[in-house]
Design a binder for this molecule. Structure first.
Ligand code: LLP
Length: 384
C-alpha cells in the first residue's frame, strides 16, 4: 500500500530500487520484542536476511543480538555495534580465518555443525589461549513443510550434527579443554507458515536437551533458530503473529530454571518492510503471451528464479483499471528463468508505469548480483 506522496516521489527517482518502510520495520520490531519479552526469550536477528546498514541499525536499536553465518557477517555485526556477547555464528563451512576472527571478537557462541569443526575450534582457541563457547547444532530430522530448497532440518540436509553422531560429539566436548558447552541449536528451515511444525521441533529439542543433561552437560541455551514465515500473498497484512509463535515455544518446550531460549529470526522481522520498485521498459503483446519487461530482473531479486518464489506484483501507477490483462512479468536478463510471474493479472500496463514487487525485505537486496554487469541495486528509505 503506497500513498500518493510515495508514488509521486518514486516517479522522480531512478529505478530500480529497494524501498524500505522504516516505520513499518520499527513497528514490526517493537511487536516482536514485546512478544518475546513476555517470556524473557532472546532474539538474534539473522543478518543473512538483510544486512543493509540502515536496516540493521534499526534492529540493533531494539536490543536484539545477531545471528551470523560468515566471518563477513560477524564483522558487519561488530562494526554496526552489536554487543559481541550477543553474536552467534553458525554455518557448515567456517574457515579457520573466520573462526579466528570470531574468537578475537569473543562472540557469544559458535553454533557448531560437525565433530571436525569442534576439534578445529578447540585447536584454534588453544593457540590463542582462549575458551570458545559452543552450542551443538543438531539436525533433528523434522520436516518444516516449506519449499524443498529452504528446508534444513532433515537427514538429507547438510546442516547440523546428526543424532547418531551425538555420542562421539559428547566425547569430543568432554576432552576439549578450550571448549565451553553452552547448549543446543536447531534451525529446520525458512518460510514456515504451519506453526504445528514448531511443536514437533519442541518435542525434539526436549529430547536432545535431556540427552545432554543425562550425560552430565548443563544445557543453558536452547536455540531454536528462525524460520517464521510471512504472508507473501497479502503484503499489506504486515506484521507476523509473533505472540502465537512465541507462545508455542513457551507451551511446548520444557524450559528448566536458568535455561535461556534463543531465536534467530530473519524474514519475519524485515520481509514486509520493503518492495522492489521498478519501471516498465517495454510491453510485448504476442499471440500466446503478453510480456511486461521491467528494468529489474533476477539480478535484483533472485528468489523467483531460484525458488519459484511468489512476490505480489502491483502496477502502482494505475490503481483504477480500465481493463485487466494477463502478463508474464519478466526482467531484462539473458536467462529464461528471469521471470517474476506468469499470467499475472494487471491493469492494462504501459511503458513507464511503476511496478512494485512486494515483500522483498528479506533475501532480496542481499542476494542481488551484478551478473550481466548490472549496476548495484539502490536502497531508498522512508523520509521522516
Ligand atoms: N538461523 C539459521 C541457522 C539459518 O540458516 C537461517 C536462514 C535463519 C536462522 C533465519 O531464517 P528465517 O527466519 O529468515 O527464515 N534465501 C532463502 C532463505 C534462506 C534461509 C537460510 N537460512 C529465501 O529467499 O527464501
Amino acid at each position: 500500500m503506497f500513498s500518493d506522496k510515495d508514488i509521486s516521489r518514486f516517479t522522480n527517482l531512478e529505478t530500480p530500487f529497494y524501498y524500505y518502510d522504516l516505520t513499518l520495520l520499527q513497528n514490526t520490531l517493537k511487536k516482536c520484542a514485546s512478544a518475546a519479552n513476555v517470556y524473557n526469550f532472546h532474539v538474534h536477528y539473522a543478518m543473512k536476511a538483510n544486512f543493509n546498514p540502515t536496516v540493521v541499525a534499526k534492529i540493533k536499536s531494539v536490543g536484539f543480538g545477531a545471528d551470523c553465518v560468515s566471518g563477513g557477517e560477524v564483522k558487519q555485526a561488530v562494526e554496526l555495534g552489536f554487543d559481541a556477547g550477543k553474536i552467534v555464528f553458525a554455518g557448515v563451512g567456517k574457515s579457520d580465518k573466520e573462526i579466528n576472527f570470531a574468537l578475537d571478537q569473543d562472540i557469544f557462541c559458535f553454533n557448531v555443525e560437525s565433530i571436525q569443526e569442534l576439534e578445529v575450534i578447540n585447536e584454534l582457541a588453544l593457540v590463542k589461549g582462549k575458551k570458545a563457547k559452543v552450542a551443538i547444532r543438531i539436525n533433528p530430522n523434522v520436516d518444516a513443510h516449506t519449499h524443498h530448497n529452504i528446508t534444513t532440518g532433515l537427514d538429507e540436509n547438510k546442516f547440523g550434527i546428526n543424532s547418531w553422531d551425538l555420542p562421539a560429539c559428547a566425547e569430543v566436548l568432554k576432552k576439549s579443554a578450550q571448549l565451553e558447552f553452552v547448549g543446543i541449536h536447531f534451525h529446520i528451515g525458512s518460510q514456515i507458515t504451519n506453526l504445528d511444525v514448531y511443536k514437533s521441533l519442541c518435542t525434539r529439542v526436549n529430547e536432545f536437551a535431556n540427552w545432554f543433561e543425562e550425560r552430565g552437560f548443563t544445557v543453558k541455551v536452547l536455540n531454536v533458530g528462525g524460520g517464521l514465515g510471512i504472508d507473501y500473498h497479502n503484503p499489506d497484512q504486515q506484521i507476523p503473529d509473533f505472540e502465537a509463535y512465541f507462545k508455542i515455544f513457551n507451551d511446548f518446550l520444557e524450559i528448566k530454571p536458568n535455561q535461556e531460549v534463543h531465536f534467530e529470526l530473519g524474514r519475519a522481522l524485515v520481509g514486509q518492510s520493503s518492495s522492489l520498485i521498478t519501471k516498465v521498459l517495454y510491453i510485448k503483446n504476442g499471440k500466446k503471451k503478453n510480456f511486461v519487461i521491467l528494468d529489474a530482473g533476477m539480478t535484483e531479486l533472485m528468489r523467483p528464479a531460484l525458488y519459484q518464489a511468489y512476490h505480489k506484483i502491483e502496477n502502482i501507477s494505475r490503481v483504477e483499471a480500465s481493463s485487466v490483462v494477463k502478463y508474464d512479468i519478466v526482467g531484462p536478463i539473458c536467462e529464461s528463468t528471469d521471470c517474476f510471474g506468469k499470467e499475472v493479472e494487471l491493469p492494462e500496463t504501459f511503458r513507464g508505469d511503476l511496478i512494485a514487487l512486494r515483500s522483498t525485505g528479506a533475501y532480496g537486496e542481499v542476494m542481488a548480483s551484478n551478473y550481466n554487469l548490472r549496476n548495484e541495486v539502490r536502497a531508498v528509505f522512508t523520509e521522516d
